[in-house]
Design a protein around this ligand. Structure first.
Ligand code: ACO
Ligand code: KIV
Ligand code: MG
Length: 561
């Protein structure tokens, strides 16, 4: 019988907000961002950062543009304390950046925290205690009244200790830990009790931070909670309403975005979502989502790979190749229909156009990526991707029917190896398929008599050569007639395209000739030469040689049929 362990869980209750406004709101500006990489991210690492790593992370966060950075939990360890002292004593905090530190609501921890902050010009000191029923009952063994008192007493302690260091510009932050699991009315009661002590004003606000310490409901329910709290807490105009999402349900980003719609002013999170368990909110994800909607996040991710490498170094954890906006594979399409659409959209795009690119939500160049990896070719790919790579890397603009023909050759090679093909691999197949290096030579002289062009010369392919004499409406027509006669083949040109590759002295012409050979095979011939006429004549030889002849020995195996 099917087991149903879900009976051991309880559904999160909807809070029954019927006049919610957030579904009609939009995000129109950046929130206040606070990085908690060096505290919440750090406390979740297998090996917490040492001082050099913390410093590197701090400098990276400043460079990105974070103005509020939670740098640690100074009472947790000597490293944490010493790092604070280093930042302060060595004047490492830029004038437009405010550092933040966290402490539990315990007297000895708060004292140590304030000790670590002596001489700091400005700081956010962040107080937390758990408020959720399970924590009250199982961990703290306290009643609701006792929890309120715990928060009030330590909020008062903050005020008293701050008053002893008047040269510092203090901002207080309070988090009802596990807000997401706490009865709304109770968390509002604790928040009001704390702000009654701190007496924030619109000119000197405090921060109230609402964490989904563990995500336990859908993001819409959390948005209702935030809207409800924003409406019901006292002194709302003196409060910066902050959100601190985790990602247990994989919905940290949605939670943050809906919370912004519901009235939140500030977001706490980590780069690429490092943090406890499944992580904190990924601030890069939310910021670049905003960016893709035409709203500046006011954070700089223009060199996202450098940021990733710093984060990987500091956290000693890898970033997944599929991670939004930063993973190695997130701007890459392997599948044929995606590649086809991307190639066409790049072709249609003009400078200054709004970004409207299928399968690419933002321009990879905006985060410092090139277009090189946008299309990669494997057995799921089609002609669009193959020709995109040959064009972007080798300048070949294959006509559509040649794209179709060549993709079949690639598919055969792919079926044999099952591996990804790079642009270089594709170029190798192209060279072989069209005999670009087969050593075919043409020599010719042209003469014009009225409307008629006469050609005479030789064709040699490996160890065979033919004398050619022909006439026609132009050099190609004359050559087709002469080569056909010399080789004993019937040749009819169906289509002809050429273009230049490269510039100046290195420029070459590439000619693509579609032809019907022996009235049985439709194939392309391709050739390159510094001289455009020679390229065309060699392209005809390339095509003929791709078709096995009955009476002449073919120069090489044909792939066309
Ligand atoms: C959701 C979050 O991310 S909150 C931030 C969590 N971050 C961290 O914990 C990282 C840094 N922490 C540390 O370095 C350590 O845990 C310290 C220094 C804070 C405390 O260490 P310890 O004193 O050894 O306590 P420890 O963390 O093991 O246990 C928690 C104790 O504090 C108690 N406690 C928890 N919150 C409170 C509170 N607000 N007031 C009083 N006691 C509390 C617990 O009940 C438990 O008490 P018990 O030992 O009597 O059972
Ligand atoms: C301390 C608080 C804000 C926290 O990290 C959490 O609840 O997740
Ligand atoms: Mg947290």
């Amino acid at each position: 019988m099917l087991k149903n362990p879900s009976t051991k869980y309880r559904a999160a209750k909807s809070i029954g907000l019927t006049d919610r406004t957030w579904p009609n709101a939009t995000i129109t500006r950046a929130p206040i961002w606070c990085s908690v990489d060096m505290r919440d991210g750090n406390q979740a690492l297998i090996e917490p950062m040492d001082i050099p790593r913390k410093l590197k992370m701090f400098e990276q966060l400043v460079k990105i543009g974070f103005k509020e950075i939670e740098v640690g939990f100074p009472s947790a360890s000597q490293i944490e304390f010493d790092f604070l002292r280093k930042l302060i004593d060595e004047n490492r905090i830029p004038d437009d950046v405010t550092i933040q530190v966290l402490t539990q609501a315990r007297p000895e921890l708060i004292e140590r925290t304030f000790e670590s902050l002596v001489g700091v010009p400005r700081v956010i000191v962040h107080l937390y205690n758990a408020t959720a029923p399970v924590m009250r009952r199982v961990v703290l063994n306290m009643s609701e009244d006792e929890i309120v008192q715990l928060a009030v007493d330590h909020a008062q302690m903050f005020k008293d200790l701050a008053a002893k260091q008047p040269a510092t510009d203090w901002t207080f932050e309070y988090s009802p830990e596990m807000y997401s699991d706490t009865e709304l009315a109770f968390s509002a009661r604790v928040i009001d009790a704390v702000t009654a002590v701190w007496e924030p004003t619109p000119a000197k606000k405090c921060i109230i931070n609402l964490p989904t310490t563990v995500e336990c409901c859908t993001s819409n329910v959390f948005a209702d909670m935030v809207e409800w709290t924003g409406r019901h807490i006292a002194r709302r105009d003196a409060i910066v309403l902050s959100i601190h999402p985790h990602n247990d349900r994989g919905t940290g980003t949605a939670t943050a975005e809906l919370a912004l719609l519901a009235g939140a002013d500030r977001l706490e999170g980590c780069l690429f979502g490092n943090g406890e368990r499944t992580g904190n909110l990924d601030v890069v994800n939310v910021a670049l989502n905003m960016y893709s909607q035409g709203v500046s996040p006011e954070l700089d991710f223009s060199d996202i790979d450098a940021i990733r490498s710093t984060v990987e170094y500091c956290n000693q954890l890898p970033v997944h190749p599929r991670h939004p906006y930063v993973g190695d594979l997130v701007y890459t399409s392997f599948s044929g229909s995606h590649q086809d659409a991307i190639k066409k959209a790049f072709g249609a795009r003009k400078d200054g156009d709004v970004w409207e690119m299928p399968y690419l939500p933002i321009d990879p160049k905006d985060v410092g990526r090139s277009y090189e990896a946008v299309i990669r070719v494997n057995s799921q790919s089609g002609k669009g991707g193959i020709s995109y790579l040959l064009e972007s890397e080798y300048g070949l603009q294959l006509p559509r029917r040649l794209q179709i023909e060549f993709s079949q050759a690639v598919q055969r090679a792919m079926d044999a190896t099952g591996k990804e093909f790079t642009a270089k691999d594709l170029w190798g197949i192209f060279e072989r398929e069209y005999g670009l290096n087969a050593g075919s030579k043409v020599e010719y002289q042209l003469a014009t008599k009225g409307e008629v062009t006469e050609i005479s010369g030789t064709v040699s392919v490996i160890d065979q050569s033919w004398s050619v004499k022909g006439q026609g409406a132009g050099p190609i027509d004359a050559w087709v007639q002469g080569v056909g006669e010399a080789m004993g083949r019937s040749i009819r040109v169906l289509d002809y395209t050429e273009h230049a590759i490269g510039q100046g002295a290195d420029a070459k012409a590439v000619a693509y000739v579609e032809m019907r050979v022996d009235d049985a095979h439709t194939v392309y011939g391709v050739a390159m030469d510094a001289n455009i006429v020679t390229a065309s004549l060699r392209a005809i030889v390339s095509g003929v040689n791709r078709v096995p002849a009955v009476n002449t020995s073919p120069a090489h195996e044909t792939a066309a049929s």
